[in-house]
Design a protein around this ligand. Structure first.
Ligand code: ARG
Length: 417
């Protein structure tokens, strides 16, 4: 049990041992053995502590319990030490008394406990009540060839805070930057750059991220409008996935441009991250499909390999599918996350992080994605007993109009601005 908790409990018990007998002279005369029964509050909304002893006292002297509770509170209110320690007590239910510690007392108590720089916080593992864990925090995770936007700022700051707190608590923390460095966007971008700026695909440092983002936008526009551009982009993705030298080189250059810009922001914010993008899990994607098939979880639906989710239904009330492999053979964002879960939770001589807890920090718009992926991983028994997968969602950053934050020209607001 934590030192601060015990010290506060002792102060309160002193006040209660004084207040109880004064609240009932009759009971005192009868030689009643007072026991305030001070315990931790059962719910945060009840405050910090709860006094249960008024009920037993009331029963023994046959007085209404709330009346006794009232008398005890009157006595407590005469006690200066108690008043500076707690906010005015509240009666709850049949005669419980709820107590809330004043913030400044909690802080004073923490400061008085400082023997080192740990503010009285024990280290996990040193304290039998908390085991030291191996935790991955997956945060920030922007996408290559796109600018980091204000939502990534939230993920970066919240994720960094979580990682710092868990690390301070004594856990082993791996901070992973799951950057979006793979997928169809590269086919589009490379195809477009081949025609408008081929030098960017062979030489380093010829474009900066701002240009890259413009090229990306142009490429997306062409992709949406032009069918022959679409098919060449798809072929380009296939080449990349097959490990074509030229395509891989171009891809590597585009990633390093983005990485360079992201790093400037991390340096300014003093954020440490280990980059391990989506592409890292490519070698493991096929096994995800094969193993799900073997487990009998895969269903072919309109040419795609899917898992139908339990308890997650669409508007028509039917279970929603999560697509693991598209009809063209390509893999999805979810497939990568499944491969990542297996890699992160397992530890074997051939690789794996051996984590027992993974925390994902993204906006709440991805809540369904994570619920689906976590469910599939559970059903496939890829989450060992005692391991946890958690999504920490945050709200959308809104503009003054209450809509998704955009600049006047309709762009998202860049993190660096
Ligand atoms: N790249 C994604 C985005 O910008 C975030 C990735 C979060 N992490 C994950 N394992 N899916 O929204």
């Amino acid at each position: 049990m934590n030192h601060i908790y015990l010290a506060l409990k002792k102060h309160i018990n002193n006040a209660l041992n004084d207040a109880f007998p004064k609240a009932s002279e009759d009971a005192k005369k009868q030689g009643y053995l007072f026991d305030p029964q001070l315990v931790s509050a059962t719910k945060p909304e009840f405050g910090d502590f709860q006094i249960n002893g008024a009920l037993a006292l009331a029963k023994s002297i046959k007085e209404p319990p709330r009346q006794i509770a009232e008398k005890i509170i009157n006595q407590l209110n005469k006690n200066k030490d108690f008043q500076s320690l707690c906010l005015p007590p509240k009666i709850a239910g049949p005669g419980f008394i709820n107590l809330t510690i004043q913030n400044h007392c909690l802080i004073n108590e923490m400061v008085s406990q400082i023997k080192d720089d740990r503010l009285g916080v024990p280290i996990a593992g040193d304290d039998a009540s908390l085991q030291s864990e191996s935790i991955i925090v997956d945060f920030s995770s922007p996408n290559i060839a796109k600018e980091m936007h204000v939502g990534h700022l939230r993920s970066t700051i919240i994720g960094d805070s979580i990682a710092r707190i868990l690390n301070f608590r004594g856990h082993k923390v791996l901070r992973l930057n799951h950057v979006g460095d793979w997928g169809t966007q590269f086919g589009m971008l490379i195809t477009h750059l081949k025609s408008v700026a081929p030098e960017t695909l062979t030489k380093a440092n010829v474009i900066d991220l701002g240009d890259l983002v413009d090229f990306y936008r142009q490429a997306k526009k062409r992709f949406d409008e032009d069918e022959s551009f679409q098919s060449s982009s798809r072929q380009e993705v296939v080449k990349l996935q097959q490990g074509d030298d030229g395509s891989l080189k171009a891809w590597g250059l585009l990633c390093s441009q983005s990485r360079h810009e992201f790093q400037k922001i991390y340096d300014r914010l003093d954020i440490e991250l280990c980059e391990r993008g989506e592409s890292f899990y490519n070698p493991f994607l096929k096994a995800v499909v094969d193993d799900l098939k073997e487990l009998g979880l895969l269903v072919q639906d309109a040419g795609a390999q899917c898992v139908f989710l339990d308890g997650i239904v669409g508007k028509d009330g039917k279970p929603l599918p999560i697509i693991i492999q598209k009809s063209d053979g390509g893999y999805n964002y979810a497939t990568t996350d499944l491969a990542a879960i297996r890699y992160r939770l397992k530890s074997s001589p051939t690789g794996g992080d051996g984590a027992n807890r993974v925390i994902y920090v993204t906006d709440s718009g991805q809540a369904n994605h994570f619920a689906a992926v976590f469910q599939v991983a559970q059903r496939a028994q890829w989450v060992p007993h005692g391991s946890r997968l958690e999504h920490v969602p945050f709200g959308l950053v809104q503009g003054e109009d209450g809509k998704k934050l955009k600049t006047r020209s309709g762009d998202t607001v860049r993190l660096k601005d």
